[in-house]
Design a protein around this ligand. Sequence first.
Ligand SMILES: [Zn+2]
Length: 622
Amino acid sequence: MKKISFLLVLGLLLNACAGGKKLISADKALIKANIDLVNVNEDKVLVSVDPGAFSEQTVYFYIPKTVPGTYSTDNYGKYIESFKAFDYKGKELSTSKIDDNTWEISNGASLDKVSYFVNDTYDSESTIGDPVFSPSGTNILKGRNFMLNLHGFVGYFKNLTEVPYEISINHPENLVATTSLNKINETKTSKSLDTFLASRYFQVTDNPILYAPADIVSFEVNGITVNLSVYSPNKTYTAASLKDRMYKMMAAQKSFLGAINSTKEYNIILYLSEGEDDAGGYGALEHHTSTVVVLPEFMDRGRLEQAMVDVVSHEFFHIVTPLSVHSEEVQFFDFNDPKMSMHLWMYEGTTEYFANIFQIQQGLINEEEFYQRIMDKINNSKRYDDTMSFTEMSKHILEDGFKDNYANVYEKGTLINMALDITLRDLSNGEKSVLWLLKELSKKYGDSTPFKDDLFIDEVVAMTYPEIGEFFETHVIGDTPIDYEIYLQKVGLVIGTKEEESGFFLKGEVPYIDVDPQNDNAIFIRKGVILNSFFENLGAKAGDVIKSIDGALINLESMRSVIGQSFSWPSTKKIIMVVDRAGERLTLQGEVGKPTVQSKVIKPVANPTKSQLDLLHIWTKG
Ligand SMILES: [Zn+2]
């Protein structure tokens, strides 16, 4: 997955059972699920799930607690209401709810099917606890849009995750499905019933379906058919208008990867949010043959296209890992009691590294932009615990004390791979790289053969050099922060500073301040960013909570207006800012001046050696 944060910028249709079916025992029978998107009441959708015959007295039904790729506990069962179980005569059986995601059904031998209503996760009024990450969430907007991340709709019975599922969906005629799931009634004439087949429960969860008014374009990229499906509620964007940039990007990805994957079809499902349905945030989630992307509809075209390039390329690279190269924890994923792998440095780190290095190697961005991205990752990584073992963090990523560091997989995770890549190129005369390593690993493992989690790093070392083993021991398993300058030096780069112009409260679009929803939306000065001369000269410090500016109390709304006014402040303007610093109230005052900031930049060394230039060339040009 890839989460993007846009910093504040103050910005019952019960299926009749076929008679003969009851003779088939549950472990052999197809599970039939029905989802009714036509008769939607109060934003709720009725679902029924009809298994074969059970011999057990007690049967358990589950909705996932978590799904692969999100690395968070989301309890999709919290969105289920009015759970009922029926016997073959249509009489209700007694059931009890064991926890958020588990139902126990007694008298299992006479169980015909279960049914329940599903609430969506996108609407803020139905948000229960922490919001679900939007790209893995669900949307129910009667007659207009349905985002079916199927793990939110269709559950599974204990010990029956490996049987096939037939999912029939009644839908409004004006909405069409975009999905990689296998459709089995293609030739039938019904415009309001789709039937899909999944070979096992994992496939149900791996294939989201978007129902929306048709806005789909298809294009071919070196043997892959890519479908781009767009839901833009205000018709701000169309699939056709985004196609060229996506084509160019995916062609570059295929050219970077070479002959590494064999996907024949890939669906990009883009949901553009109007802003009221985005509590779960923006970003995307990977699947084997599709991705769901959620971004704000109000973004201007330039930023939206760049976000699509960064996010979709990241998700597509997930085809390499963890969708291909992964451990047993991922292969035998337990949707209600997941064991986590220790290799997020690869699943997310390598993926995000590829999503950046391919852009420079394929000429989508230039050197300066690439160095800026690396510098941003170095700066951002300092906001997290740099002395936390990455393998430990991965293993415990669902737990308190670790989960707040999750987003560092995109920052330090990328940098770990950068250091590995430069080291591999250096030790192998340019021949070996992280991409080479992943290609070798995917030849060895691939889609259906997992590796052993605790033996994996030894294996990578055996394929490469002892120095790689030392690196892992010290910086990935170990807790020693990486000195990135050592690696940059090898390619003739160095970190220097540059004085840049800045706004008072923002540098470009990046704010110096943030809002703390845990503390009554207090406005505070961000930590881990280099403050501009305006804040420095006033004596403000990271973490200060701004209470008032020039006598006006500061809240989210008044802060927006101060930011608006600040664009026309003369440098001679005097300001009085009252802040709270660790419980102490301080009055800071002075002239606002003309704000500048000392930014760190990665730049070439003065006199690079030939070997530095050669290594830089192979690293950035492939
Ligand atoms: Zn990811």
